[in-house]
Design a protein around this ligand. Structure first.
Ligand SMILES: CN1c2c(nc(N)[nH]c2=O)NC[C@@H]1CNc1ccc(C(=O)N[C@@H](CCC(=O)N[C@@H](CCC(=O)N[C@@H](CCC(=O)O)C(=O)O)C(=O)O)C(=O)O)cc1
Ligand SMILES: N[C@@H](CCS)C(=O)O
Ligand SMILES: [Zn+2]
Length: 795
């Protein structure tokens, strides 16, 4: 029983109002309308005004969803054409000086062009760096801040959206990234500088103060300042800075009421500081996780805050904004009943923005109705917060219907044969230490593999995918609609593999890939073939900019009914004299980019997926594939936000990778790939994964990762990305040569340096891919020739 249920009710209990709200909502609209409008604009097919009109329409539609569900106060400003952190950079007039010539004033169309220039780069300027948003699969554009950065308010677009919502009769609650979070997520504008953007906090606060005045004048009664950095481990100086900042903002004479929103985890040491801020409202994450008491710690802190909370508005995030599972209503009602006496007003809320969920379950036509009854997407979560608010305000009798429905759904799930597969559980239990230990030493394996593969110094390769052309996607869509049969589809994909192999041979690449044309997505493709995963037709979630994914849902225990990639890989290998890499998505990434179970710890699902993939790896090896890449881009991304939880996570994540790959012989070369920077903290884990070669993102962060690897004595091959594939820009030969020489000078031995892009090429077009790969091959040749004159032969 939850101890907080026993709290003595205060005299205000019966009258404390209970509302319902969400911290944010998906942007894309039904049928991913935003993506299509943005990409059409980029292709020059539609003008800015048309895109702006679509944006306005989409904002109306999302507010309408909220109004239909019974919400009257709506978030405003969480909509974005590309990324809300980028929008905040422009709101604060903090675009890097290298973009100074771009307009921040002018017309909305001018400002839209500025947004896209910063996001995608221009012919002379690279774009802002992109990185993951906390531990989600959403990516934001990193603010670049330096000692010379000045802040000025540019709130026209936000104010216009406030007016839009008011014109619809809604109560707008502007949502803005808070000053502490904004600067904490920024990086120094000079590479290598140790400037800490947070030192500019006091210079930034007056701009937020001005913004508050402008929002009040525009009729906003509340403003939500998002401070998710509060759920990270924070030193006392940062918590002091929080108090200083919000004390200053609270002193603004005419302003909306301030709601400080924390999310993505329990508050820990920030809880009493947040509760004591002189603001009118707080939002806290009260979601739960299997095998961890994430809710309890925050509840205890809220109860301990006592008088600090009295009179405040509390948004209690009992509806998990990142989980697709239907909320268990009764425990949530119990929590709400315990909180109600503590506060001035209570809102049932989502734990975070619903940006990370698919929009609407009702558009799914092929999910079994029984399974659908277990699930809730963003639109359904709106109903959940409203039901819970009714139950919290009027008692469980008032929501007897939904309570009974949820209880029935939970019972059906517990009894379903889809959920627990005893044979899978037995296989996981039988795993022993030897199953996760690779034979041989790093150096011994390198020699055996080199004898088998005969590669030149600085071998060139790519990360796996080649452009997913409209033609390929159209063919897959036609297959889905039944307009193309399996044989014709297969023939089209094989022709594409042939084209990609021929191109790579012509370009002179050393280790080839088949190009992944048959894959809709690197996670979904495998999820569609594994038992235990459920995939959606329309469950799109924004990953970055105009790119979306459909995260699969882990419904039950996972197993592999049949080989998944062996046919494609062995066919491609037969078509080439050169090694063609087998290409799999690793267990941690499969899990990180899916919606996990709420009834089994992630470590257990990871072990199940690893066993399924191990069978695939061994089948590939038996089919003669000499190089097998197991991508783990999400391994860094899912690192727990709190330091104390990291060792436990890294232990099961590394074990899952090792379980997947360690069964192969010494002369089979295992590659892994991670396309994010900031590896410092997980270097030991990367070493422990014991892959023979790792390719990493490095281009936008100017090869910083190389220093980390060298310092850690990384014993394996390394391919630091020398071409930033997130931008359409073609690198120059000089740049790539310089990057490679930087890696060599940094201490990567020449015989262990690989030449590759940052990530797969699926999002790029051939217009950029061909010249860029040509540049890579040419640059590798130049550096090889230079090495030949300085390195003794036979190394
Ligand atoms: C490496 N990354 C990935 C992440 N997460 C993943 N799950 N997968 C990843 O690859 N996280 C971190 C990064 C993020 N990067 C990307 C990069 C690219 C995309 C992307 O291109 N997404 C595509 C959708 C891909 C897909 O599922 N394609 C399907 C469906 C195609 C489609 O749109 N069909 C249309 C109809 C088309 C027609 O009729 O002609 C439709 O269904 O409406 C396929 O190829 O079959 C995107 O479009 O955004 C994402 C993350
Ligand atoms: N093999 C995948 C990895 C992306 S992270 C690709 O090339 O797209
Ligand atoms: Zn990648």
């Amino acid at each position: 029983m939850n101890t907080h249920e026993t709290t003595t009710p205060s005299p205000t209990r019966a009258t404390t109002p209970v509302g319902a709200t969400v911290l944010g909502y998906p942007r894309q609209g039904r049928g991913r309308r935003l993506k299509k409008a943005v990409e059409s604009h980029w292709k020059g097919r539609t003008g800015a005004d048309e895109l702006l009109a679509t944006g306005a329409d989409l904002r109306r539609e999302r507010w309408q969803d909220m109004a239909d569900a019974g919400l009257s106060e709506v978030p405003v400003g969480d909509f974005s054409y590309y990324d809300h952190v980028l929008d905040t950079t422009l709101l604060l007039g903090a675009a890097p000086a290298r973009f100074d010539e771009l307009p921040t004033g002018g017309s909305p169309a001018d400002r839209l062009a500025t947004v896209f220039a910063l996001a995608r780069g221009t012919t002379d300027q690279p774009p802002l760096e992109m990185t993951k948003w906390f531990d989600t699969n959403y990516h934001y554009l990193v603010p670049e801040i330096g000692p010379g950065t000045t802040f000025t308010l540019h709130a026209a677009d936000l104010l216009a959206q406030v007016a839009e919502a008011r014109a619809l009769g809604l109560d707008p609650r502007p949502v803005v990234v808070g000053p502490l979070t904004y600067l904490s997520l920024a990086k120094a504008d000079e590479p290598g500088s140790d400037f800490d953007p947070l030192t500019l906090l006091d210079a930034l606060v007056p701009v937020y103060a001005e913004l508050l005045g402008a929002l009040a004048a525009a009729g906003a009664t509340w403003v939500q300042l998002d401070e998710p950095v509060l759920v990270l481990d924070q030193p006392v100086e940062v918590l002091d800075a929080l108090t200083r900042t919000y004390t200053a903002l609270a002193a603004v004479p005419t302003r909306p009421r301030l709601l400080v929103a924390s999310y993505f985890g329990p508050l820990g040491e920030a809880a009493p500081v947040l509760a004591a801020l002189p603001v009118e409202g707080l939002a806290v994450d009260l979601s739960t996780a299997p095998g961890a008491d994430t809710r309890g710690a925050t509840l205890t802190a809220l109860h301990a805050a006592g008088p600090d909370l009295a009179g405040k508005r509390l948004l209690a995030g009992v509806v998990d904004g990142r989980s697709v599972w239907r909320t268990d209503l009764q425990p949530a009602l119990d929590v709400l009943a315990g909180l109600r006496p503590l506060v001035g007003s209570l809102d049932v809320a989502t734990s975070c923005s619903l940006l990370h969920l698919p929009l609407d379950l009702t558009t799914e036509t092929s999910i079994d109705p029984e399974v659908a009854s277990w699930l809730a997407f963003a639109r359904q979560k709106l109903d959940e917060v409203v039901v819970l608010a009714t139950g919290a305000e009027h008692g469980p009798e008032a929501v007897a219907g939904p309570l009974a429905e949820v209880a029935a759904a939970r019972a059906s799930r517990q009894a379903s044969p889809l959920v627990v597969r005893p044979a899978v559980r037995d296989r996981v239990t039988a795993v022993g230490g030897a199953d996760t230990r690779r034979a041989g030493t790093a150096e011994g394996r390198r020699r055996r593999q080199q004898e088998r593969l005969g590669l030149p110094l600085l071998p060139t390769t790519t990360i796996g995918s080649f452009p997913q052309t409209d033609e390929l996607r159209r063919a897959r869509a036609a297959l889905r609609r039944g307009e193309l049969d399996e044989t014709a589809y297969d023939t089209a994909m094989r022709a594409e593999v042939d084209r990609v192999l021929t191109l790579q041979t012509e370009l002179g690449l050393d280790v080839l890939v088949h190009g992944e044309p048959e894959r809709n997505d690197m996670v979904q493709y495998f999820a569609e073939q594994l038992d235990g995963f459920l995939t959606t037709e329309d469950g799109w979630v924004q990953s970055y900019g105009s790119r979306y994914v459909r995260p699969p849902i882990v419904v039950g225990d996972v197993e592999r009914p049949a080989p998944m990639t062996v046919g494609w890989s062995s066919w491609a290998q037969q078509r080439s004299e050169q090694p063609v890499k087998g290409m799999l998505t690793g267990p941690v990434t499969m899990l990180a980019w899916s919606f996990g179970r709420d009834d089994l710890p992630a470590a257990d699902t990871a072990a199940q997926v690893a066993l399924a993939l191990r069978e695939e790896v061994l089948d590939l090896e038996r089919a003669g594939i000499a190089v097998i890449q197991v991508d783990e881009p999400a391994l860094r991304e899912t690192l727990p936000l709190r330091r104390a939880e990291r060792p436990g996570y890294l232990a099961w994540a590394v074990r899952a990778f090792a379980l997947t790959t360690a069964g192969v012989g010494e002369d089979t070369q295992v590659h892994t790939h991670m396309c994010y920077a900031e590896f410092g903290e997980i270097l030991d884990a990367i070493i422990a994964m014991d892959a023979d070669v790792i390719s990493l993102e490095a281009a936008r962060s100017r090869m910083e990762v190389v220093d980390d690897l060298v310092r850690a004595d990384y014993p394996h091959g390394v391919g630091p990305g020398v071409w930033d594939i997130h931008s359409p820009r073609v690198p120059t030969v000089e740049e790539v040569v310089e990057s490679l020489e930087l890696a060599l000078r940094g201490g990567v031995p020449a015989e262990r340096l690989w030449v590759n892009p940052d990530c797969g090429l699926k999002t790029r077009g051939y217009a950029e891919v061909e010249p860029s790969l040509r540049v890579l091959v040419e640059a590798a040749g130049i550096v090889r020739r230079r090495l030949a004159t300085t390195v003794p032969a036979g190394v």
